[in-house]
Design a protein around this ligand. Structure first.
Ligand SMILES: *[C@@H]1O[C@H](CO)[C@@H](O)[C@H](O)[C@H]1NC(C)=O
Ligand SMILES: *[C@@H]1O[C@H](CO)[C@@H](O)[C@H](O)[C@H]1NC(C)=O
Ligand SMILES: *[C@@H]1O[C@H](CO)[C@@H](O)[C@H](O)[C@H]1NC(C)=O
Ligand SMILES: *[C@@H]1O[C@H](CO)[C@@H](O)[C@H](O)[C@H]1NC(C)=O
Length: 637
């Protein structure tokens, strides 16, 4: 029987209303961890239209069947790719009359004539994919210096409030520049109607272009700007199309920091940039464990859900961080290390954004990122968490311990070493500085964070008054009265500075905060009453940490999750530099999962990478795992 036409029309109308109605929470935006391709790991900032669309074409043909649907242009798409232009250069960006960036017409020819990204978005949509772009925090320094007017999207004219027009200079917060791109961007004052109007004009334009995904950078982690995150989230909710909202980077992020923002976004980074080094891979274990324990995986998000993001997958054909160069080298991780990375990213349900150049993807990389079991786990598994009860034999622990000791002695850089780092001044880790007089005539800045520990000796650096050159005017002398420089090395006249001049990687410490002493605000520090030591340029605070802890991670790790058909996923990770026998007791699995997952007296199943069967395991599952490798069991118990 055919349904009457009217009924069909009605139900179709209902369907469209349900699917596209504006207020709907049941849009289910980012219902599963988003998946796609991002240009940064292979093109840094110099990607162009042809290379981008070529990559998108490969995504559409080969990866879309595996759920990879977003293609994202990463940072500085508005910058001219010419000598002199680099990540923190000033003056090479295309901005329109309202202070908004538009694509560099040389790299993005279809944008000519004010079309922005609309043609590229259309091509991407025609391929059946979704289109994403990257934005920096707030407003560009170029727009502030040009003092551009602000567009009121409601009138199409310059924004007017309290009887006057407002301009970029009034909304840019010059003391809140992006710490790793200080010449490029600064926060916008979202308490001002004009500040919000500027951001609205920016995001309204993205919607007009057909953007489905925004990666907002330099607003989270060390660079956190909660007000801007919430304002942008509210503006995206005003927009009549679902836009996935992603935050980056996630340096020093903790679950408590994410608490205030996770419901406003769809994904947010929980580490600094991940590159293809083994230490970078290992730094993701503890933080993803902490976010799983805090129940942040798949929690409520903007118009749907939100996901802790372990960063793009730097596999295949790559470039180097921040350079003005496209792909030119292969991934440095071994196949075992790559499998470890993919397994952790899947077990932790991280968004999967492939970073390699797809024009040159090799078969091994393709098979890894399309592994059906990993993708099933990434999308649909449940109860994901670290499994703390894995063990290796006592002999093996001893062997690894002595090996580690030998390595530490051989590589002096691994030896415990105190280094200066930077954190947000709100961070409790920034407290602990005091002034001490060491030898009667010099003043020292000392650090003793944990004063209760009698064995923790203070770490001290000499402080000196900044030497003002003769042409410094008196206002500046006054301005810096309470401030000083920190001497890193008296012999070589080296001083500590407090600016992060590039995006650092997940494992890199900010340990090289040293340069020749000279007169610049980035070498000027002030001691706050609460014991934080604040840098005048970046407004970040100094902290002291040991380099060792975050440099090498050894040991064994394990994650557990459950599947849609009642199966148990159990992965073992060997972070040790030698093969290790890793074991887990079935009775311990019962400690962390509901009894409904144990319907038999024993467990049987398969290991994913080797294909090996394990049947009728009653007490203990044991397997030898190679250096830096992972194993993954799919078990029915
Ligand atoms: C990758 O390995 C090569 C050769 O071992 C090395 O020169 C290069 O610095 C490494 N690159 C990264 C990003 O670690
Ligand atoms: C310490 O004081 C400074 C300046 O008043 C403030 O910005 C910062 O948030 C405070 N930090 C902590 C951890 O209390
Ligand atoms: C200071 O620099 C000199 C010359 O590079 C070096 O030999 C010395 O070890 C440094 N001192 C400190 C305390 O780092
Ligand atoms: C990771 O967590 C373990 C267990 O809590 C801890 O012993 C280790 O020091 C942590 N590693 C780092 C690098 O923080």
């Amino acid at each position: 029987m055919r349904p009457p036409l009217l009924l069909l029309v009605l139900s179709l109308t209902f369907f469209f209303r349900r699917t596209f109605s504006k207020s709907s929470e049941d849009w289910g935006l980012a219902k599963l961890p988003p998946r796609g391709w991002n240009s940064y790991d292979s093109f840094s900032w110099v990607v162009d239209e042809a290379a981008f669309l070529y990559n998108a074409e490969v995504v559409a043909q080969r990866l879309l069947p595996y759920g990879y649907e977003y293609v994202v242009v990463d940072f500085l798409w508005y910058r001219k790719n010419v000598d002199g232009a680099y990540v923190d250069s000033y003056g090479y960006d295309s901005i329109d009359e309202w202070g908004r960036p538009f694509p560099d017409p040389e790299r993005w020819p279809s944008s000519k004539g004010g079309k922005g990204f609309s043609k590229v978005a259309q091509r991407v949509h025609d391929m059946g994919l979704k289109f994403g772009i990257h934005l920096m925090r707030g407003i560009s320094t170029q727009a502030v210096n040009a003092n551009t007017p602000i567009l009121d999207v409601h009138t199409g004219r310059a924004y007017k409030e309290a009887g006057r027009h407002w301009r970029a200079n009034e909304i840019g917060l010059k003391h809140r520049t992006c710490a790793w791109m200080q010449h490029g961007f600064m926060s916008v004052d979202t308490d001002l109607g004009a500040g919000r109007a500027f951001l609205r004009s920016l995001y309204q334009q993205l919607a007009e272009w057909g953007v489905d995904f925004v990666k907002l950078d330099c607003v989270f982690g060390d660079d956190i700007d909660t007000k801007e995150i919430i304002t942008v989230s509210e503006l995206l909710e005003e927009i009549d199309r679902p836009v996935v909202f992603s935050l980056s980077p996630g340096t020093s992020v903790t679950p408590s920091m994410a608490k205030g923002i996770s419901s406003y976004v769809n994904m947010y980074r929980i580490t600094a940039d991940d590159w293809d080094t083994w230490p970078d891979v290992t730094t993701h274990f503890n933080i993803s464990r902490d976010f799983a324990a805090a129940k942040k995986i798949g929690a409520k998000g903007l118009r749907g859900r939100s996901w802790p993001d372990l960063d793009m997958l730097p596999l295949g054909w790559l470039t180097d961080p921040g350079v003005r160069q496209g792909p030119h080298r292969k991934c440095n991780l071994t196949l075992d290390e790559q499998r470890t990375q993919m397994t952790l990213w899947s077990m932790a349900k991280s968004p999967l954004m492939f970073g390699g150049d797809l024009r040159h993807i090799d078969q091994a990389t393709f098979r890894l990122i399309t592994n059906p079991t990993l993708l099933e786990i990434n999308s649909y598994s449940d109860n994901n968490k670290e499994f703390p009860y894995v063990f290796s034999t006592e002999n093996q622990r001893r062997e690894i311990h002595s090996l580690q000791k030998m390595e530490n002695q051989a590589n002096s850089y691994i030896r415990e070493e105190t280094v200066l780092g930077l954190v947000s001044c709100n961070d409790e880790k920034a407290k602990g500085w005091f002034v001490a007089s060491h030898d009667g005539n010099s003043d020292y800045m000392c650090w003793n964070h944990d004063v209760r520990r009698s064995d923790s000796l203070p770490y001290c650096v000499a402080k000196k008054k900044p030497l003002l050159s003769s042409y410094e005017d008196t206002t500046r002398i006054w301005q810096y009265q309470e401030k000083f420089q920190l001497v890193a090395n008296e012999t070589t006249d080296a001083c500590f500075h407090g600016s992060v001049n590039k995006k650092h990687t997940a494992s890199a410490e900010r340990s090289t905060l040293v340069s020749d002493c000279w007169w610049h605000a980035n070498q000027v520090w002030r001691l706050n009453d609460n014991g934080t030591l604040e840098n005048s340029y970046s407004s970040l605070c100094a902290t002291v940490r040991s380099k060792k802890g975050s440099f090498i991670t050894t040991g064994i790790r394990s994650w557990i999750a459950t599947g849609r058909r009642g199966e148990i996923y159990l992965s073992f990770f060997n972070l040790n530099p030698v093969s290790t026998v890793i074991s887990a007791r079935i009775s311990d699995l019962r400690k962390v999962l509901d009894s409904s997952f144990f319907r038999r007296g024993s467990c049987s199943g398969k290991e994913v990478w080797s294909g090996e069967s394990h049947s009728l395991v009653k007490t203990k599952l044991s397997v030898t795992v190679k250096k830096h490798a992972a194993v993954l069991f799919v078990l029915n118990c």
